[in-house]
Design a protein around this ligand. Structure first.
Ligand SMILES: Nc1ncnc2c1ncn2[C@@H]1O[C@H](COP(=O)(O)OP(=O)(O)OP(=O)(O)O)[C@@H](O)[C@H]1O
Length: 132
């Protein structure tokens, strides 16, 4: 490998490490600042405890993990959109309203889907647990 390509691959590695660091700081900021994300994290913990306690299958774990990760990611995208809108305007603007409401709608959409999936996976086991 020539010196030039070695430098290039080092720079790439540093850029990758920096992007990773920025992404982690984004998660830390979001968790500290957003009440909804704290609530989602708590609920995610509860769902994971339920998953272990009720011995859900591997396929069910895959679905649960996609929903838990997706829910947190959707909530963080919503928070990012809220910040960008507030940065663009502090005045009332119909487009600002639409942007925030659509982002919030996306989170709600994901949350409803998560609840339905949660009911399908955990519902029958919980009913079984209480009936026997
Ligand atoms: N600049 C604006 N112009 C028009 N409507 C706005 C504007 N900012 C906020 N809104 C409306 O007010 C609602 C609440 O906005 P806000 O910024 O408080 O978000 P939020 O949903 O309360 O945030 P959080 O998730 O942090 O509680 C938005 O969903 C939107 O309908």
């Amino acid at each position: 490998m020539s010196m030039g390509s070695h430098d290039k691959s080092n720079r790439k590695k540093h850029r990758f490490i920096h992007s990773f660091y920025y992404a982690i700081s984004g998660i830390v900021v979001a968790v500290k600042a957003e009440r909804n994300i704290k609530i989602h994290l708590t609920l995610s913990g509860v769902v994971i405890i339920f998953g272990f306690s009720l011995s859900i299958t591997l396929m069910e774990w895959l679905v649960v993990l996609i929903m838990v990760g997706g829910m947190l990611a959707a909530e963080m995208m919503n928070s990012a959109i809220e910040r960008v809108v507030d940065l663009v305007t502090e005045d009332y603007h119909p487009l600002a309203k639409q942007a925030k409401d659509i982002a919030a709608g996306a989170v709600l959409f994901f949350a409803i889907t998560s609840v339905l999936i949660g009911l399908l996976i955990f519902g029958p086991r919980l009913i079984d647990l209480f009936l026997h």
